[in-house]
Structures are given as C-alpha cells and as structure tokens.
Design a binder for this molecule. Structure first.
Ligand code: BJW
Length: 228
C-alpha cells in the first residue's frame, strides 16, 4: 500500500520555524498582500526579498525534528512507496533523511527568473539588483508559489493520490487550496485518510481518523505502529 503524506508548517514548528495562522504566526506579523502575492513583489520587491531572506536565514539554522526523522524512517523501511508532498519551503524533510519530497509551494533555496523562467540555487541574500544568469535581466525572485499562482507538480500529485492506499495530513490548517482539497480527492479515489495535527484542521471532519497532539510525539508513535 502506497502512502502519500501532505505536510504543512506544523511539522516544522517544533524545529523553531513559525507557522502562518497560529497565534503570533507569520500572517499576524506580515500582511499576506504585502509579501505573498506576485503583485506584492511587483510593488515592493525589496520588502518581499527581505521577508524571504530572513526566513531563509532562519530555516538554515533550524534542525529537523523527531517527526521529520520518523517520516524518513518510514520511507526507508516501508515495503511500498512513501511520498511526501510538502507545502513547506524549508528543507527539513530532506535534511531529516527523506528522499521522495515534492515541494508544491516552492523552496527557500531556489531562485527563479520572473522573465525567462530559469531556476538556480538562491544566494543566502537575494536582492532586486540580482541579474538572471540566463537572460541577464533583473527581476529575479524567490522560487516560491504565491497566492494566485499555480502550485508545482500538480499532475504528479494527482497521480500519487490516485495510486495511494493511505493519505495522511500532518500539521496543516487546511485553509489553502489546492492542498486543502487533497483529502477529498484521495477519498474519492479509494484511499483511507488520517489527520495528525496539534488541533483539528478546517477540513478535519473529512478525515476518517484523526489524532491530535504535537508532531514530535504523534509521528514517531504512528510510524512505529505502522512498521511493527
Ligand atoms: C502543529 C504544531 C505541532 C502547529 N505539531 N501540528 C476561495 C476558495 C478556494 C480557493 C481560493 C479562494 N480564493 C483564492 C483561492 C486560492 C488560494 C487559496 O487557497 N486561498 C485561501 C486562503 C482561500 N490558493 C492559491 O492561490 C494557490 N494557487 C492556486 O489555487 O492555483 C490555482 C489557480 C491559480 C491561478 C488561477 C486560478 C487557479 C497558491 C497558494 C500559495 C500558498 N502560499 C503560501 C505562502 C508561500 C510559501 C511561504 O512563504 O512559505 O504557502 S500561504 C501559506 O499557507 C504557505 C503555506 O504553505 C500555506 C499553508 O499553511 P499551513 O502549512 O497549513 O500552515 P498554517 O499556519 O495555516 O497551519 C499550521 C498548522 O500546524 C495548524 O493546523 C496547527 O494546528 C498545526 N501545528 N504546531 C503538529 N507542534
């Protein structure tokens, strides 16, 4: 039985990275319209670069936690496929040992040319003066999926959802689409569904099973149960 695991900011919370919508979260400190839309980047690229430069520096110092490591162990020891679809832009899954990780909302470590589409590894600090290595034009941006933009690898995700027997959602509030709709998609295609979260998400009642608690406790326990 293949397993697809959708993760959100909650799995990295105990590594010290803030969530978005919890009390005191990123959206309490910054207006979404100022930092997480293509229009915001056009209006004030310095502000947007500053927001992502600070998050890139913060994420680089964070360490994977027991939940990230438990998912890597599951992928290694499970006899079928375990694929992580993450909304997170940090690289804690990879540094925790996971191999099959799909970043549907992009990555802090990526830079993207808004003009020609060229991608490369982002420097620690990006700025409006940076020129694209391919077309030589300014306007290079963090490789992040902002509101109104199409998340990455949607065809691949649809394929994974169609092939899985279990869909698990970890540490996401279920407020942002299309990720919030994956549980219904997976159910329609015949998968069992499980939510692991600190608190029930917006679509919590759509899951067949739910366990509530901190990720660093819930995930290692759940993985041990599956592998035993
Ligand atoms: C713990 C824990 C612990 C805490 N242990 N758990 C109206 C209806 C439907 C859709 C729309 C609509 N209007 C607009 C839309 C579309 C829009 C959308 O969904 N908007 C909603 C807000 C309504 N979506 C989009 O625009 C997306 N694109 C799209 O739909 O394309 C299709 C299309 C495009 C164009 C035209 C037409 C169609 C793109 C979405 C991009 C999201 N980008 C962000 C920011 C960029 C990345 C970044 O900077 O990091 O992605 S927004 C932000 O939210 C970020 C996250 O990935 C995403 C999800 O947040 P997440 O991970 O769920 O975090 P929180 O904070 O919300 O929740 C934390 C959870 O953790 C909580 O549940 C806690 O309980 C839990 N927790 N501690 C376990 N210790």
């Amino acid at each position: 039985m293949n397993i697809v695991i959708l993760t959100g900011a909650g799995i990295s919370a105990e590594s010290g990275l803030g969530t978005f919508r919890d009390e005191g979260g990123l959206w309490a400190q910054h207006d979404i319209q100022d930092v997480a839309t293509p229009e915001a980047f056009q209006r004030n690229p310095d502000l947007v670069h500053g927001f992502y430069n600070a998050r890139r520096a913060h994420a680089a110092k964070a360490q994977p936690n027991a939940a990230h490591r438990a998912l890597a162990k599951l992928e290694k020891d499970w006899r079928h496929n375990v694929d992580i679809v993450t909304q997170n832009v940090d690289d804690l899954h990879e540094r925790g040992g996971s191999k099959s990780v799909l970043h549907m909302h992009g990555e802090l470590s990526g830079a993207l040319c808004a003009r020609c589409g060229k991608r490369w590894k982002a420097p620690a600090v990006m700025s409006t003066g940076d020129l694209c290595a391919q077309c030589g034009q300014p306007g290079t941006r963090p490789d992040i999926v902002w509101f109104g933009e199409m998340p990455y690898q949607m065809d691949r995700i649809a394929h994974l959802l169609a092939q899985c027997g279990l869909f698990v959602s970890i540490g996401t509030s279920g407020n942002v689409y299309p990720a919030a709709g994956f549980v219904q998609q997976a159910r329609m295609l015949g998968a069992r569904t499980l939510e692991l979260n600190l608190e029930s998400s917006a679509g919590g009642s759509l899951f067949e099973q739910r366990r509530l608690g901190p990720a660093t406790e819930l995930i290692p326990t759940w993985v041990d149960e599956l592998l035993s």
